[in-house]
Design a protein around this ligand. Sequence first.
Ligand code: UT7
Length: 333
Amino acid sequence: MHHMTHAAITGVGAYLPEHVLTNDDLAGMVDTTDEWIVTRTGIRERRIVAEGQSTSDLAVEAGRAALADAGMEPHDIDLLVVGTGSPDHIMPSTAALTQDRLGLTCGAVDIMAACTSFIAALHHATCVIEAGRARKVLVIGADALTRHIDFNDRRTCVLFGDGAGAVVLEASDEPGVMGIDLGSDGSGADVLIVPAGGAAAPCTPERVANGEHRLRMSGGEVFKFAVRMIPETTRRALEASGLSADDLTWLVPHQANQRILDAVPARLGIAPERVFSNVAMLGNTSAASIPLALHDMYTGDHLQPGDVLALVGFGAGLTWGAAVVRWTKGPNE
Ligand code: UT7
């Protein structure tokens, strides 16, 4: 009988830049208050990359930590997948830079799906393992989105932070990663966009003067989309896993806004305590938020073998995705 190969998480790592930016710091920069930010977003502080530090620097540290947690050497890894919305450069890929500095001897590829990048990267890695083309894949979600933020725009600058999280995904007899749902609707491109800096609108002095190289967002549109889509994509991934919302131990959503997280349990029919949140301390770290949440849960001893997690991403594109994961790893030592 043909034996199906599955993919399972066997290592978890994280890295956060040292510099903490508090709400009070922001109140000294734009017309905002700690009270507004906490009430409307739940965010209290976020980490910001240092001068000279970039996405690959965060990715390297998170990747190294995940390898150590899995007890692996760089040459053990068959493929590196980096999910990011803020690559170091248009080219080369952030994955290539990360591969070199981690001493990996394998292929390396970026996956770009904005805040959905980690789920898309996990999907890619899972398919490669299930197809038998790799046995050990390092999956990193890393972003330094604050590099694209206008720190004079109070509507966006209070929301984002930087960081990286990583998992080692390994071939296994048991899942591991179960059903995945991945979606995209590019008709919503304008809702969340960095207009200039790509091939459609290369940076010119005029565009830069106009701030077109900075992130622009219709916050209300993204909010409504997220509240509608998180339950929908989670249900589809659960269905693909032969499970229902009742089976969930944890919902691990992309950490964008506490009010979005608060709106989800009733719509999904789960208890509010099932929804993991660390947005207060990190803000929206884009592709990093889900693996950073996993790392917090793992190091905080919130994960037991057999737990069923739904990891859920959403963001620019518009894009969304959910992966149901049965936790198979022992306790953090
Ligand atoms: O990774 C996915 C990316 N993004 C998201 O998931 C974001 C989703 N959206 C959101 O989280 C929320 O829409 C925001 C937090 C961005 C905004 O919250 P809101 O409750 O939708 O506020 P609003 O945009 O309706 O703005 C309400 C008021 C406005 O003033 P007026 O027009 O009513 O006078 C804003 O100008 O709040 C004002 N405002 C602020 N005031 C103080 C907006 N930002 C700020 C601020 N401080 N930082």
